[in-house]
Design a protein around this ligand. Structure first.
Ligand code: ZN
Ligand code: ZN
Length: 397
């Protein structure tokens, strides 16, 4: 009965104080993406003391491997570990000691929770049918640390059969989980459009091509893609967030540069929107006597939760907190999350862990200087990681 879900939850709750200490230490010493040196060494030491094999994986990522006592499948559990370039203003006693850097997205909560799960699972290693890999991933906020860990081979040796992770949410109370089947997070494609007209004296537009006038039409046309070119039931966002051109009021600008991002749900919509952004920018510019050089980069792949594995996660949640503790979502998030890289041909599920207090203290949004979380969620996040792993590896236990 050692692997009983209620037992796992009790063990997680018994660790609560330790998890709070770990989390506050991480919170006080946040590190930006790809600079998580202190964070990484803390995680390594913790895992090594538990007898978990530790392999370096990218410069600041940590891969932990727990070999179960019996043969079986391998599951990957993931936490991101990086912080954001924000000056913390919470005034908490464990507020960031690093000026201009803050754990304002809750990745300190994710890290501490997964460390807790590693401790719980390592105590039960003999009973596990298969292996657990712990992905402590750097640089989620910036440059897709997940992709680098995957490229560095974290999914091989032993091969990973399923991946699980989650994000903290202060919008739901600690002890609750959020879950969505299917399309969950958007894929993203950042783009740059360089409009080339022809600069000239501001008094004589006929002797040039005004790149600003062209770029304005391009922006307007791009804004019709979502409203007029796709069905209302499909989802996409095209944002032009930067527009630069010109040097003076009496000179017609020869070039204009637009930067933006396309967000889509599912591979078909991704391909379609990228194609339409390029065609539209090039077509509008050509119609006005200018040219558009369109560069669209491939960024985070989106997260599509696999039905079968998501059902298993839902069951694992229900075993811990009952049906009333699960908030099933129907609306996907048009934000991005690089967890999708780990789901490269592998079934996966990305959920949400409640870290709210149901009152006012945790009302501040993530990515802001006042962000704070209800630490009571730590034990529940750790317990869910552990229970998903046990349920996946040991099935009926
Ligand atoms: Zn974030
Ligand atoms: Zn985050």
């Amino acid at each position: 009965m050692a692997l009983d879900p209620k037992t796992l939850l009790c063990e997680a709750k018994a660790l609560q104080e330790e998890l709070v200490t770990l989390r506050r230490d991480l919170h006080a010493h946040p590190e930006l993406g790809s600079c998580e040196v202190r964070t990484t060494s803390l995680i390594k030491k913790y895992l090594e003391e538990l007898g978990i094999e530790v392999r370096p994986c990218t410069e600041t990522g940590v891969l932990g491997i727990l070999y179960g006592g019996k043969p079986g499948k391998t599951i990957g559990l993931r936490a991101d570990i990086d912080a954001l370039p924000i000056q913390e203003e919470t005034g908490l006693p464990f507020a960031s000691k690093n000026a201009g850097v803050m754990h304002a997205c809750g990745h300190d909560l994710h890290t501490a929770s997964l460390m807790g799960a590693a401790k719980i699972l390592s105590a039960h290693r003999d009973a596990l049918c298969g292996n657990v890999k712990f992905f402590f991933q750097p640089d989620e906020e910036g440059n897709g640390g997940a992709e680098r860990m995957v490229r560095a081979g974290c999914l091989q040796d032993p091969d990973v059969d399923a991946v699980f992770g989650g994000h903290s949410s202060t919008g739901r109370i600690a002890g609750h989980y959020g879950l969505k089947y299917g399309k969950t997070y958007a894929a993203s494609n950042p783009f740059t459009i360089l409009i080339r007209g022809q600069g000239c004296h501001g008094a004589y537009p006929g002797s040039g091509i005004d790149s600003i006038a062209v770029a304005c039409q391009v922006v307007t046309a791009l804004q019709t893609l979502v409203s007029r070119r796709i069905f209302a039931t499909d989802s996409a966002v095209v944002t032009v967030g930067s527009f630069h051109a010109g040097t003076a009021g009496n000179i017609i600008a020869g070039e204009a540069e637009l930067k933006g991002i396309i967000r889509t749900l599912g591979p078909e919509m991704r391909e379609k929107m990228c194609r339409m952004v390029k065609e539209t920018a090039e077509g509008v510019a050509a119609a006005m006597g200018a040219s558009a050089e369109v560069q669209i980069r491939t960024s985070y792949p989106g997260v599509v939760n696999e039905d079968g594995f998501t059902a298993l996660v839902q069951q694992a949640m229900a075993e811990l907190v009952g049906k009333e503790g699960i908030e099933l979502e129907t609306v996907p998030n048009m934000g991005t999350e690089d967890f999708g890289y780990f789901m490269d041909g592998i079934p996966g599920c990305y959920c949400s862990f409640g870290f709210g207090d149901g009152r006012n203290e945790c009302r501040f949004p993530a990515h802001g200087p006042y962000f704070r979380a209800n630490e009571a969620g730590l034990a529940y996040a750790a317990a869910l990681h552990a229970n998903v792993a046990v349920r996946y590896l040991n099935g009926g236990r």
